[in-house]
Design a binder for this molecule. Structure first.
Ligand code: HEM
Length: 531
């Protein structure tokens, strides 16, 4: 019997290992065949130039984005130097480095644009409209949220933002004389998180009300974003993130707070809102959940799980983007006294009392302030990594010119990007395009003004910070309202007392990305002291 068992065990394990070997060989053969297909002249993208390995496989993208972390954008830039303005960067995606093609890729609502599945699989908020691939489904999901962030709605919120701006400046000024430097982005993210939470959820997180700048959501948000490239290749790993709530008590304080907010507080708030909505109770201050639950979205779009993802994407989208833009502007303004004094002069003429600022729409009209804002947005990029769109009902025809390296003659380039295939651009490349922005790494607000010192609308077509078209940032009005009000108050009240602390241009200069721009890993951020 023992012998029989041993023989049976050996045969089973032989069969099992044979099966495993068979599976592995089968998988390798499948991948090889797929690579051959991708390289073949029959593939719909075969006419688009690009490196052979990237044309055949996702290996280069995996290597630079996952293994070397967030460094594929720079490789794509190098590919453009060799292959021209249109490059095949992976078997099914094309990248464009010509800003004249922006309106074709990021087209308006009337022209359908999906987001490629490979791209949206990176998002942990898979039920949000941000991560919704299909154009029509995205439109349905986006509509009620976009309405909530319209210009009129934001104007109603403005008094509360003004209040938080002044509270924020008071808190910064109260740090006068302290030796410990303040990480500007951490401080700014306390302000932006309080604004977005008050507006979206009806209650502020209260980061400005606490004594210090910690805890806040900056670090945990960045930690969550770190998974974006890995999830693109292994989307099933997203489900392991759900386990994080089981060991929340062992996590760092700020990460635990974020997990608790997303896993407990927000779902509870949605349930409470649902009960009052069902009972016909009208709240005096609308919340994003109230808006979604009252909208004509079908019931399957109103589940708690989906609304939590929507809340997380608004929270994620609305916190660090604004705080990073403010940090970049802080650095440039504190290192450029010429720009600072010109701006201060313009603001002093328009603002009688810095404790009671004029409206955001009034501040927006100040030409030099507007120019500084545009330049700050240009050098903070919004999303630095590529964001692709797939036209599903039309082929896109690219026509342009390109001067290959080492040649003095421009050659004409024409390519058809077949429907269904993704084509994207990277803000970091467009914003450093020398033909549009001469001396692109310098902070030059004047480039946004025309000869009569008014806004240069023509150039604004190439500012991609909020993206363009049907999937552009729905939070743009809120972001601009925060940026104008906060920067005006900082300039008039805080910057005269603020000094940079061991901060250089390296601390704001793009190095790699995680979807959002990142500086060199060893940077300690933009740090300031109040004197
Ligand atoms: C300076 C501030 C901001 C910048 C530069 C910015 C930038 C962007 C960009 C470039 C996109 C397009 C992403 C893509 O192509 O996949 C986007 C989308 C988005 N942003 Fe913002 N954003 C900012 C502030 C905000 C705020 C305050 C909110 C809060 C409501 C927000 C919420 C979103 C959402 C929900 C999306 C997804 C839109 C969609 O897929 O239709 N953002 N943002």
């Amino acid at each position: 019997m023992a012998l029989q068992n041993t023989v049976l065990g050996t045969v089973t394990s032989f069969l099992t290992s044979r099966n495993a070997l068979f599976l592995v060989c089968g998988w390798i053969a499948y991948k090889l065949l797929l690579a051959l297909w991708n390289l073949s002249p029959f593939h719909p993208l075969s006419h688009i130039p690009g490196p052979k390995l990237a044309t055949a496989t996702y290996l280069p993208e995996f290597w630079y984005d996952v293994v070397k972390f967030g460094r594929y954008t720079k490789e794509i830039q190098k590919m453009h130097e060799v292959y021209g303005p249109i490059v095949r960067i992976n078997p099914n995606e094309v990248h464009c480095n010509d800003a004249q093609f922006i309106d074709e890729i990021y087209a308006g609502v009337g022209r359908k644009r999906d987001k490629p599945l490979h791209q949206v699989s990176g998002s942990a908020m898979e039920n949000s409209f941000f991560a919704t691939s299909d154009h029509d489904h995205h439109r349905i999901r986006r509509a009620p949220v976009a309405k909530f962030f319209s210009r009129t709605q934001i104007a109603r919120l403005e008094p509360q933002i003004q209040l938080l701006v002044q509270r924020f400046c008071n808190k910064l000024l109260a740090c006068a004389g302290k030796d410990e430097p303040i990480n500007a982005q951490t401080a700014y993210s306390c302000f932006t998180a309080d604004v977005i939470s008050y507006y979206s959820f009806g209650e502020s997180f209260g980061f400005l009300a606490q004594d210090s700048w910690e805890p806040n959501f900056r670090e945990p948000m960045y930690s969550l974003l770190q998974t974006v490239f890995l999830f693109r290749f292994f989307p099933f790993l997203k489900h392991t993130a759900m386990a994080s709530s089981w060991f929340v008590r062992y996590l760092p304080r700020d990460m635990a707070l974020l997990i608790r907010t997303l896993d407990t507080d927000i779902p509870n708030q949605i349930r409470k809102t649902k009960i009052s909505t069902d009972a016909g109770i009208v709240r005096d201050r609308p919340t994003i959940f109230g808006e979604l639950l009252n909208s004509d979205l079908p019931p399957e779009e109103k589940t708690v799980v989906r609304l939590v993802d929507e809340a997380a994407s608004v929270l994620g989208g609305g916190t660090d983007t604004v705080s990073w833009t403010l940090s970049v502007m802080t650095y440039y303004l504190l290192t450029r006294p010429d720009i600072m004094s010109k701006l201060t002069e313009e603001l002093r003429a328009a603002v009688k009392d810095p404790l009671s600022l004029p409206s955001w729409t009034t501040l927006e009209q100040l030409p030099y302030f507007g120019a500084v804002m545009q330049e700050g947005l240009r050098l903070s990029y919004g999303i630095s990594a590529r964001s692709a769109r797939a036209a599903t009902e039309e082929d896109l025809v690219y026509r342009g010119e390109w001067t290959p390296k080492g040649s003095s003659d421009a050659v004409k380039v024409e390519h058809v990007i077949p429907r269904g295939y993704g084509i994207g651009m990277s803000n970091v490349m467009v914003h450093h395009d020398e033909t549009l922005f001469p001396d692109p790494y310098s902070f030059v607000p004047e480039r946004w003004l025309d000869d009569s010192m008014q806004r240069n609308r023509e150039l604004e077509r190439y500012l991609l910070s909020f993206s363009k078209g049907s999937r552009m940032c729905p939070g743009m009005n809120l972001a601009l309202c925060e940026l104008y009000l906060c920067l005006a108050a900082l300039i008039l009240r805080v910057f005269p007392h603020m000094r940079l602390f061991e901060t250089t241009e390296e601390d704001v200069k793009y190095d790699h990305d995680m979807f959002v721009p990142l500086v060199k890993s060893e940077s300690k951020g933009v740090r300031v002291v109040i004197v």
